[in-house]
Design a protein around this ligand. Structure first.
Ligand SMILES: [Zn+2]
Length: 333
């Protein structure tokens, strides 16, 4: 079933125009933060490209053989390439199979479509191998690379794809959509978007996975550390049970808000405005250079945790918890 998300509209019109004018490229790079619906957009495009009689706005007819095969996830002209497990790499042999797949004739005479998600999961050799395919794609091939971190891709891969950028959606549109999806009217759509890099599907997941309660728990344990009220090693253990990248994103957000207030005395640009009073209090208590050191350390740990699948996060989280304790040992008042 085609999912139409309102903030995709202008990109969809762009793709539709290219298709109508036979200018659709062989490779697309769909990029933007997680939770923008990039994979859903790709799916909608695949439905249009494989359907024998697409309708207005590129909607699939839903009745032809390719439409049926696609719905049953058995369409022979579509190949989905992804890591064996979330967070793992895509190795070169998978890309070799992909190249072989693209060399075959399309069963239904339309396209051979490959979707690589997330593209940054390809290791160096896999990426180099894919590059060869991008340099000389067979005429009926359509490659769709989905990336949450396009800067992690080889520049030569980026330059050979037409880029569809999902990172700047219409803010009012995403907010209205999110509000319409939230079952509890007391939930604050703006705050949820702030906490999800403005990505509406990620904001919705945050609600569905009880993320706001976890965030509160994390915040409460964190702000006790500078006052010696909690054991940093035990706290780090409890953080390690949560999704570590998420823990770090939250911490970075709080630290940024504290620094924002310490440097400007203003709160109107706070991401975490629900914690405004506590964050203001912390900003008055700690030294700015210590806060910047903490920010650097958190960013470093974030890069390590998100950049490799084999990092042992417990030790890194302990060093962060200790850094929060240290903030308090020299606080100003
Ligand atoms: Zn159809």
């Amino acid at each position: 079933m085609t999912t139409v998300l309102p903030w995709h509209n202008s990109l969809w019109q762009q793709v539709l125009r290219s298709k109508q004018q036979n200018r659709l490229p062989h490779a697309l790079l769909l990029c933007g933060p997680q939770g923008m619906g990039k994979a859903l957009f790709a799916r909608r495009l695949i439905e249009m490209l494989l359907c024998e009689q697409p309708q207005t706005e590129g909607l699939p007819c839903g009745h032809c053989k390719p439409c049926h095969l696609l719905r049953a996830e058995t369409h022979p002209d579509l190949l989905q390439v992804q890591p064996a497990e979330t967070g793992k790499q895509i190795p070169i042999d998978i890309i070799r199979n992909t190249i072989q797949f693209c060399g075959m004739t399309a069963h239904y005479g339309r396209y051979q479509i490959v979707i690589v998600n997330p593209a940054e999961a390809m290791n160096r050799n896999a990426a180099n191998s894919l590059l060869k395919l991008l340099e000389e794609p067979p005429s009926s091939t359509m490659l769709m690379l989905i990336s949450h971190q396009p800067m992690a891709l080889l520049a030569t891969i980026r330059s050979r794809c037409q880029r569809l950028d999902f990172s700047r959606p219409d803010h009012q549109l995403t907010k209205t959509w999110l509000q319409s999806q939230l079952k509890n009217p007391a939930l604050d759509a703006q705050l949820l978007l702030n906490l999800s890099a403005q990505a509406p599907l990620a904001a919705l997941t945050l609600v569905e996975t009880k993320g706001m309660a976890k965030r509160r728990e994390l915040f409460e344990s964190l702000i006790e550390l500078p006052y010696g009220k909690n054991d940093p090693v035990r706290i780090a253990e409890s953080w390690n049970k949560l999704e570590v990248a998420q823990v770090l994103q939250w911490m970075l957000g709080w630290t940024m808000d504290i620094i924002r207030y310490a440097t400007t005395n203003q709160t109107q640009h706070f991401l975490n405005y629900d914690y405004k009073e506590t964050l203001k209090r912390l900003a008055k208590q700690f030294y700015l250079h210590d806060l910047f050191d903490l920010l650097d350390l958190q960013q470093e740990v974030y890069q390590l945790v998100t950049g490799s699948a084999n990092v042992k996060s417990q030790g890194l989280l302990e060093s962060l918890a200790i850094a929060w304790v240290k903030l308090g040992t020299q606080h100003r008042r």
